[in-house]
Design a protein around this ligand. Structure first.
Ligand SMILES: Nc1nc2c(ncn2[C@@H]2O[C@H](COP(=O)(O)OP(=O)(O)OP(=O)(O)O)[C@@H](O)[C@H]2O)c(=O)[nH]1
Ligand SMILES: [Mg+2]
Ligand SMILES: [Zn+2]
Length: 313
């Protein structure tokens, strides 16, 4: 006999996927394997996927994921599907923030129709820098939180935001470099959680990749819950080469540039080397309307995408 169920993949380890299935008896967690083609790279099951599960009691495999329901979106880093929010996490120091990586994550979110949220951690180490960094993203119009898991600065406001935005069936993830305090903050936000955390390396001031797999947690349980994932931290090389979308797609990923597009002196302005007298975006940056660091990140991403395009042509 074959029974079909639908569920959401919340965890995957060693070829076994944990799925959350809503049944008439409530919510069940089912451990499944994936059908052959769904193990190949292009079609691999991702955490966050909604899947069809077959229970075939004539085979020894038991529960098998047979189909992935069409995705809203999917990311390579973190490897997840169907995200509504991406919490982009970085510390004021230890490890030092790399703003360009933050802006790459913002661009990837916007490109995929995911709402980016900036979360600055470890504000107890330098509250002034925390506010300065927050200022960049507040100016851009991205929801921004300054937090410290150490002294609980900003933890309640962020918890309230998550309650308001993510509860009700939405899916979100914490993403950022290793050691910035993602798991520590998830523990501070949700006292029921006991995620492993570890001190960063003193010598190189980088995280130790403590979290090893993506896992989705339910924020409040029940049918109306929200889904929030902790993910393994990035290393610096993960975003060194940027090829998550094409050159033509870059401008909309910097939403605060849009009011100036078409207002440069030359219609083909790429906003990369032109001075403020020719480029409306460079002028807005000079006037302090667009944060300087955002224009720098744009130019850096542009350069990589341009090279990639030239190599193709
Ligand atoms: N001072 C200070 N330290 C913090 C804060 N939050 C986390 N830490 C410390 O930062 C270190 C790394 O924290 P984790 O939560 O393991 O970092 P992570 O981002 O989950 O790292 P990965 O799992 O490797 O991606 C730990 O030693 C934490 O105690 C904070 O708000 N203030
Ligand atoms: Mg972690
Ligand atoms: Zn321009």
């Amino acid at each position: 006999m074959i029974v079909t169920k639908y569920g959401k993949v919340v965890k995957g380890l060693g070829g076994l996927y944990e799925t959350r299935v809503v049944t008439e008896n409530g919510i069940e967690r089912l451990s499944c394997r994936a059908k052959g083609v769904l193990k190949r790279d292009e079609e691999k099951v991702l955490i966050g996927d909604n899947v069809k599960i077959l229970l075939d009691d004539s085979t020894p495999d038991g529960l098998v994921i047979s189909e992935i329901v069409e995705r809203k979106n999917s990311l390579i880093r973190p490897p997840m599907a169907n995200l509504d929010y991406l919490f982009i996490v970085f510390a004021v120091k230890k490890p030092s923030p790399v703003i360009e990586t933050v802006d790459k994550l913002v661009a990837i979110s916007v490109h995929n129709g995911i709402t980016p949220v900036i979360v600055i951690t470890k504000s107890d180490l330098d509250a002034e820098i925390a506010d300065e960094l927050a200022g960049i993203y507040i100016k851009v119009g991205i929801p921004t939180f300054v937090t410290s898991s150490e002294d609980r600065t900003g933890v309640e406001p962020l918890a309230e935001y998550i309650q308001r935005e993510v509860v009700g069936g939405k899916t979100a993830a914490f993403a950022g470099a290793s050691g910035v305090g993602k798991s520590t903050l998830m523990n501070a936000l949700f006292p029921g959680l006991t995620l492993a955390t570890a001190e960063i390396s003193r010598k190189i001031e980088r995280g130790r990749h403590t979290t090893r797999h993506v896992e989705i947690f339910e924020i409040q349980g029940g049918l109306d819950t929200g889904f929030l994932a902790d993910t393994p931290g990035f290393s610096l090389i993960d975003f060194a080469r940027f090829d998550f979308f094409s050159l033509e797609e870059i401008i909309p990923t910097f939403p605060e540039f849009l009011p100036y597009v078409g207002k440069c002196r030359y219609t083909d302005c790429a906003h990369v080397g032109e001075g403020a007298d020719e480029c409306a975006i460079a002028k807005a940056a000079l006037d302090g309307i667009i944060p300087e660091s955002r224009l720098e990140s744009y130019r850096s991403i542009y350069k990589v995408l341009k090279e990639k395009k030239n190599n193709y042509d």
